[in-house]
Each structure stands twice: as structure tokens, then as C-alpha cells.
Design a binder for this molecule. Structure first.
Ligand SMILES: [Zn+2]
Length: 160
């Protein structure tokens, strides 16, 4: 759940920055001719740089947005995560160290996918049944979001 909340907070921050930049553009519109798109982008870049303290908590739009986020967090995300089983397609066992194909997004256990490449630097067919992609060893990488999901999966499976 921590990883999801971090992502949500990042989205909130982006949302707040964009909103603030728009407000800022509205305030400059009385001056002569303004390139609003350029101003908007400039302001947005400035906001992203600084650790700004825009009081988004008081913003009606933001409040509504947060309520929807709360709904999502308490319902849909939980269901999705508990449905993930992290089974390796080669060994059919639960994955120990998840890695991801950068080509097709399929996940494998590090050891079992490595064993398919052993001694060869060539393409192999993705071990997922029905996946037509050919993979090379460099296409199989650790993934930050995947690791976060995997940690949550471990925690929830321990709790059972
Ligand atoms: Zn695949």
C-alpha cells in the first residue's frame, strides 16, 4: 500500500502544480499579449523545481479528487493486488525475485529466466503461453514498480 500511496502523492503533486500554473496564467492575462502555453509551461517547470507549499487542501477540486483517490485506495487497488499471484511461467512456482520483460511486460523469476539464457546470448521466445515476443537477456530487468507490488504481495500473503 505504501508504494501506491507514494504514486498517488506524486500524482497529487503534479495535479496541484498544473492547477497552480493555470491559476497563475489567468492572473497574467490582463497584461498585453501573452503566450499562455509558454507561460504555463514555464510556470509548471518552476513549480516542479521548488518544493512549493500550495495550500491544495483548501481547493474544492482537490478535495473531490482526494475523495475519489480514497475510494480507489480502499476498494479497487486492494482487489487488484490480492489477485496478483506472482507465479513464474517456467517453474510454475511463486516468484522469489521478480524481473520484467521490457518488451512485453511479462514477469519472471530472476533465476528461472536466467536459466533459459544460460550459455547463450540469443533471442528466446517469451515463456508466457501465447506471447509472441522474442526476448534477449538485456530486455529482462528489475522494475521499481514491480518490486513495490511484489513487496505488498509478500506482506499480504504473510498476513493470511
Ligand atoms: Zn511476453
Amino acid at each position: 500500500m505504501m508504494g501506491v500511496m507514494k504514486e498517488v502523492c506524486q500524482l497529487n503533486q503534479n495535479f496541484a502544480d498544473q492547477k497552480k500554473a493555470l491559476h497563475w496564467c489567468q492572473n497574467v492575462q490582463d497584461t498585453e499579449e501573452v503566450d499562455y502555453e509558454a507561460e504555463y509551461k514555464k510556470k509548471l517547470a518552476d513549480l516542479k523545481k521548488g518544493n512549493n507549499k500550495y495550500p491544495v487542501e483548501n481547493d474544492e477540486l482537490f478535495k473531490g479528487f482526494m475523495e475519489r483517490v480514497d475510494d480507489l485506495c480502499s476498494n479497487d487497488f486492494e482487489v487488484e493486488e490480492s489477485d496478483m499471484n506472482f507465479l513464474d511461467p517456467i517453474t510454475k512456482q511463486t516468484i522469489k525475485q521478480p524481473v520484467k520483460s521490457q518488451i512485453c511486460g511479462h514477469i519472471f523469476d530472476r533465476d528461472s529466466i536466467d536459466s533459459m539464457f544460460r550459455g547463450r546470448d540469443t533471442h528466446i521466445r517469451c515463456p508466457y503461453v501465447g506471447c509472441p515476443n522474442k526476448l534477449r537477456k538485456k530486455d529482462i530487468q528489475e522494475d521499481k514498480h514491480l518490486s513495490q507490488k511484489f513487496e505488498r504481495f509478500l506482506l499480504s500473503s504473510q498476513a493470511k
